[in-house]
Design a binder for this molecule. Structure first.
Ligand SMILES: *Cc1c(COP(=O)(O)O)cnc(C)c1O
Length: 355
């Protein structure tokens, strides 16, 4: 059935796949809900957005995204509380960031009302896919690709904005062992590191696979020119706990401004934990580790919330970080999840209810 709200055309799916889903055994990002959101940019403007059944799409082989990687994306989650109310977490930050990413890739800004109306229409139709319970969520993937069929190397005239949704369960994620980058870089001064550009991820796969061959799951990225400052852990922002103090690098054009990172800084202030936002050198972290002062390293991001790092290697020297009882990682993860799931007070107005 097709009907129209003020601005969105909605075609609902005749059948639902939901009965075939084993919500206790989800393989992250492989399964998608019944609907998706689509909006095309043509003739210099974004056209009427559509919600339609999730389906394969056709593009010409010459679509520019395939050749020059003009593509940006976001990652966000929807949560359900025990009464069945659905919430997003700081969605305006994701909206602002996708447009910041787009600007850097010479792509047109997406309108705020379409972004929010699209999310709401989609989440209302697919709300059964959001399981209640802390740790369960619906992962939302907004993205934009250049669809114009022309392979001249210039920004496209046509784009497609889409949102697809995948049910996610936060499994206990095992601590990871990381290699500190000495040769490869994730981003450079003046580059696209701050943007959620699809190509940033592709560029990480090869060095990460080399690290994996050596028994490390991830890489801690350092600054491209000197490899002496610690910047991000894989595709997450990174925090170091030295003594009782947290340290994280300031955002820049090389470091992505993570919503989880931002929230962590506020929670640290709320919890009375000192967090220094400044450049962190590899040497100071090695020294802290040798002196027994390095208590924790963890990555932060929407997908895993917090990912604990249990060991790192630099210039052939291996450092193990023993697990501690009262870890900040556990405290922050619990605090954040309880806000996201409408269990605790939301004093910073981070929750956004889908009504
Ligand atoms: C998405 C991303 C993060 C985490 O951002 P969140 O908004 O917290 O999910 C951190 N670093 C990089 C490189 C990213 O792409």
């Amino acid at each position: 059935m097709t009907h129209y709200t003020d601005k969105i055309s909605i075609e609902t799916s005749k059948t639902s796949k939901i009965d075939t889903v084993d919500f206790d055994n989800l393989d992250f990002g492989r399964l998608f809900t019944d609907h998706m959101f689509v909006c095309d940019y043509e003739d210099g403007k974004w056209q009427t957005p559509k919600v339609m059944p999730y389906q394969a799409m056709t593009f010409e082989p010459s679509a520019r995204v395939f050749h020059y990687g003009q593509a940006v994306f976001e990652g966000m989650k929807a949560y359900k509380d025990d009464e069945g109310k659905v919430f997003l977490f700081r969605p305006k930050a994701n909206f602002d960031r996708i447009n910041k990413s787009s600007e850097r890739l010479a792509m047109p800004a997406f309108p705020e009302n379409y972004f929010f109306e699209g999310l709401e229409a989609l989440l209302k139709l697919d709300s059964d896919w959001i399981q209640p319970g802390v740790g369960n969520s619906l992962y939302l993937r907004p993205f934009i690709i250049a669809t114009e069929p022309a392979i001249s190397a210039s920004p496209a005239n046509n784009y497609r904005f889409m949102i697809i949704c995948s049910p996610a369960k936060s499994y206990y994620n095992a601590p990871v062992r990381v290699l500190i980058a000495e040769e490869y870089s994730r981003s450079a001064d003046g580059g696209v590191g701050f943007a959620k550009a699809a190509g940033n991820y592709a560029a990480q796969f090869y060095p990460t696979s080399l690290a994996q061959e050596k028994g490390f799951q991830q890489i801690i990225w350092t600054d491209a020119s000197t490899h002496s400052f610690l910047e991000e852990a894989g595709t997450m922002n990174v925090f170091f706990r030295v003594g009782d103090k947290l340290i994280t690098a300031p955002t820049s054009d090389r470091i992505l401004d993570g919503v989880t990172r931002k929230s962590m800084l506020q929670l640290a202030e709320d919890l009375g934990i000192t967090c220094e936002v400044r450049r962190v050198t590899v040497e100071e972290i090695k020294t802290a580790a040798k002196e027994g002062e390095l208590k924790e390293i963890f990555g932060t991001g929407t997908a895993a919330v917090i990912s604990v790092i249990s060991a790192f290697e630099h210039k052939g020297e291996l450092f193990e970080i023993p697990e501690i009882e009262d870890s900040y990682a556990k405290l922050f993860k619990k605090t954040l999840l309880e806000i996201q799931h409408n269990i605790s007070e939301d004093k910073h107005n981070w929750r956004y209810e889908i009504k």
